[in-house]
Design a protein around this ligand. Sequence first.
Ligand code: C2O
Ligand code: CU
Ligand code: CU
Length: 462
Amino acid sequence: MSGITRRDLLVGSAAVLASPAIAGIAAHRTFAAVDQSIEMHRVSHEIVKSMPTPGMMSFSADGPPPVIRMRQGETTAIEVRNRLDEASTVHWHGLRIDNAMDGVPYLTQAPIEAGESFRYRFTPPDAGTFWYHPHCNTLEQMARGMTGVLVVEDSEDPGFDQDLPLNIRDFRIGSKGQFLQFYKARNTARGGTLGTISTVNWRIDPAYDLPAGSLIRLRLAVTDLTRVGHYTLTGGEAHVIALDSNPVPAPMPVDEIIMGPGQRADIALKIPDNEGEQVELILRKPSGDVRIASFRATGQSARRQLAELKPLAPNPIPEPDLANAETLEFVFGWSPAGDAPANPICGNLGYLFWSINRVAWQGDFPDPTAPLAVMKPGKSYILRLRNETPYEHPIHLHGLTFRLLRSNKRQIPSLLTDTALLQAEETMEVALVADNPGDWAFHCHVIEHQKTGLTGFLRVET
Ligand code: C2O
Ligand code: CU
Ligand code: CU
């Protein structure tokens, strides 16, 4: 449990706005009062033109989840008010922050009940593109819309004219705008249930007008529940400058960017010099290429060049000591467990299809099972991730960033990330320094897999 009690929480939320007597208490705090706040709401929104989708959920009372911005190394408080009719929590995906602020029910905090608030407060050590989402009734709440982009601004600006976050995801919406069933069990036991409509910032194929010849930082965040997507950018000069929040050692081409659920790519894009020319963001589906957004040049060219951009500063991630690292084994496979236990407050799908090290996560309960591994603080570890299934699994670890080392199937770049996208039957080794104490959720980010067993946690001792 977090150190935040119900009483602190009331002081943090109602009090700041309320009576002068209590406002006095708030003024004595050494940290800033609530810096930002978000509200969880049911909304109705037109994803499909003139066909509003009722029963959507957002971190806003009207429309898509806001982009949350904060600065590297600066403490931020975010007041989360739950105006849904069910419990929830917020997880800040990719942020290496205090365990108590990580947003995992029971593992790090009590669920935020309907009508209640929780005050998150943390200091992001890394800059980059992150995202946020609930970790309670995750499949349904995310399927209904609760996935937002979180930007941690670099302390030194690399020289872009503009920054454009792109929240990329599908929805399962039918021709009348209504939600379709969020998953089908037979898909859950395979690669997962794909959406029917691809969106960027809750819009179908939006067109952005941007100054001709300007330099734009596109912040792609795949917040989809299921899709491992192949993306490409055509018609402009561009390169990938960061993946999963971390600058890449050298710029990478944009012709095939593969991202699973939860992954991000930052792209430096030069908008064409000629007014009217456009750059297209394409999702390559098995059924053919689909344009999901476009960026159109307007006005006189600013005549900027990609070469003018300063390289991004690396994030302060400790480098593992491979010579002295201990290896921990994880096997991602089928579940031996059968049906799921009934009705945890944060929901389940009724099945347990998947497991880690033969243990299927039963759901979010007040007394979680044992950690999959216990790590000593400050020590280096190699995690050997073995996918014994014929499906892809984006394996995500909270609270710690790891480095990709090697695969038994292919050459992989030595990237820093929070998510290892395992191919079918692939074994990958990744390494980290266990420098952030706490119980860190460790799961597949195909949410149907996460919710049917493919979840656990790793403990870093204090
Ligand atoms: Cu986006 Cu448990 O994670
Ligand atoms: Cu996470
Ligand atoms: Cu999976």
